[in-house]
Structure formats: structure tokens, C-alpha cells
Design a protein around this ligand. Sequence first.
Ligand code: SOE
Length: 388
Amino acid sequence: MAKELGIGMIGYGFMGRAHSNAYKRLNDFFPVEHRPALKVVCGRNAEKAKAFAEVWGYERVETDWRKVVEAPDVDLVDIGSPNDTHKEIAVAAAHAGKMVLCEKPLARNVAEAEEMVRAVEDAGVPNMVWFNYRRVPAIALARQIVDEGRIGRPFHYRATYLQDWTISPDVPQGGPALWRLDIDVAGSGVTGDLLAHSIDTAMWLNGPITRVTARTETFVKERKHAVTGEVKPVGIDDACMFLAEFANGSLGTFESTRYARGRKNYNTFELNGAGGSLYFDLEEPEYLQFFEYIQKQSGKKTESHLTGWRKIHVTNSEHPYMDRYWVPGTCIGYEHTFLNALADFVMGIESGKPTQPDFRNALQTQKVCDAVLESARTGRWVETGVEL
Ligand code: SOE
């Protein structure tokens, strides 16, 4: 029997669109009982919120998020607004007994994230953080290959997340479009915005990160504020590189910047183990590369002239999520990663087996981000305190 799921969307930017698309398409692709109903969208600018509501089909508009949290027809509060708003809204929504979905990073720092975890756990409300890249079928396949034991003992994990949109010193900081550059709003630069994705994927595939040592850089030291026009020091990290130790004994390197000319959303990882290696590049999102080490067996001829990397086109119905979409060989896109995440969340509610990453799981990523920033400040190795 269909059950209405009243959605209260906070934020109408890039993520407001990505999440709204997922709510609208869920029942077209996934056989779940819940039917999202777009009740209300909330944003500070009433005109923009109204225009958004018209395009995406929300029933009404609010400019005060408290009204969304209190609304009786809202079952799920989705936080797609800037990072400095996450904690207050999530805590209030949990107290009101609503399900809470939150954009990444969960918070600006561990202290905020811990408060959010306490709130959802005390209230016992379903919750999830939109680390959407876990839901790229090729990345989900990587996890399946790891779970099947095909990588064997892991030695190295290597991640890069590169963009180039803040190179010009004329790009202002702050305001609705550029809050990611404002330290007070964002909490950090590439560490929370981009590396949080890489860290989430890394710990999902290769387990907890226990220690880090990092170096960050801010290349443009002052920028004009987009709203006030005031020239202010830049507080965010424009680039961050760190070394990591994983609990399983492997070593990791992570690199992120918004100053890699030509790189728009270059998100890659490679995992090397005794039994094989995996490589993924978001610029070719439907492919996963896999190298399998085949041990020589005594008395048997090995075909070593044929060994090499396999480039798997992850579009078969046997591949994660792909049975919900088209025929083999046809691919899906960025927007489907949000749809897949939402489907997992709803199936988690319906099966009673909550999906990941929930707030507690995302807190672990936050701990690594905070440790990275502390290490960059102190020049020392820092223990992450991630749950083992
Ligand atoms: C930053 O440019 C950004 O939009 C991130 O905030 C998203 O999380 C990432 O997926 C794409 O890049």
C-alpha cells in the first residue's frame, strides 16, 4: 500500500535541485511503498523559493525553516542549505520527530556533528547524509569486489579530488552562490567540501583511517565579500594534501584543490592489494578498472601474456542499481546517484535495516576532516579517533 512521505526541502540551490529530482523520480524506478510528496521548499529569498517551487512542483514556500520543521504534513526534513545551518535545523527536526536527510559535510566540525548524532539517536528518527558518490554503480561494484575478498591484503589507497573554479582572485567570497569560500559558513575549504567525499568513499571501501598528517594552502589570501563588498582575509583551505594510515595496515594519500586548471570535478581513487587493484575516475563514471592477480598453480600453464587491467563497463543488470534502469551498455548519470541514495534510504525504512551513511557514520568522516585540519595547523601527525 502506498504511503505518502511529506518532504520539506530546505535550500533551493544545486543540491535542492539534485534532491528534488530524486524525490520526483523515486517511484518511477524503484518499487517502494513510500511516495514522496513535495510539500514545502524553504529559502531565505521568497521570490527565488517561489520560482523553484513552481519548477519542481512544491505545494508551498516558506522563508523560515522552523515552519517546515513544525509542519504536520512534513515527514522528512531535507537539509540542502549551507553548512552553518545544518546543526540547528537537524537538531530541531529530530526533536520534532521528523526523518532527517542532510547534505555533506554533515557539519562544520566534530562538535556540531556530535550534537546532530545525539539528536537523531535520542529521537530515534531515520537519518542519512547524502554522500552520493557511494551510489555510483561502479563505486558500489568496487565495494562488492572488496567484500568478495578479491583485493586481498590492501597496501595502498590513493585519492584525488580536483577542481579549478576559484583560481581567479576576482571570485568573491560569501553570499548565496559562493558561501563555500566563506570560512564562517563552510567551516573549511576543500577538506570539508571535496575531501569529505574522498574520505567517505575511502573508509567505505578500505575501513577506518586512524592517523593523518596534512598540509593545506590558501593561495588567494584576500577576497571581496559578495554581499558586503568588504575585502576580507580568506580563511578556507584552497588545497589540501594528506597522508593517512588505515586500521587495516594500508597507507593512503589524498590530494584536493580548487586550483587544478582544467580539472572540473576530477574525483579518482585507486586501491592496491595483494590480490588485485581497483581504479575509478568520475570523468568516466560508468567504468571500473580492475586488475586481478592470478597466482601460478604448479603444473598448470599460466597465460601471463594475457594478464592486464580490465575496464568493466558497469551497465549490466547484475551490476549495482543497474537492474532499475536501461538495457546493458546504456549508462546513467550524476543525478541517479541521488536517486539511488534515496531509494536505499527508503528501502532501509521499509525493511527496518537502516541504510548508510547515517549521521553516526558521517561523523567518522568529520573526525578525519578535523584531524586533517588540525595536523595542517600543527604540522604533526594526528589521531582521528574514528570508531573501529
Ligand atoms: C563543489 O564545487 C561541489 O559542488 C561539491 O560541493 C559537491 O559535493 C561535489 O559533488 C561537486 O562539487
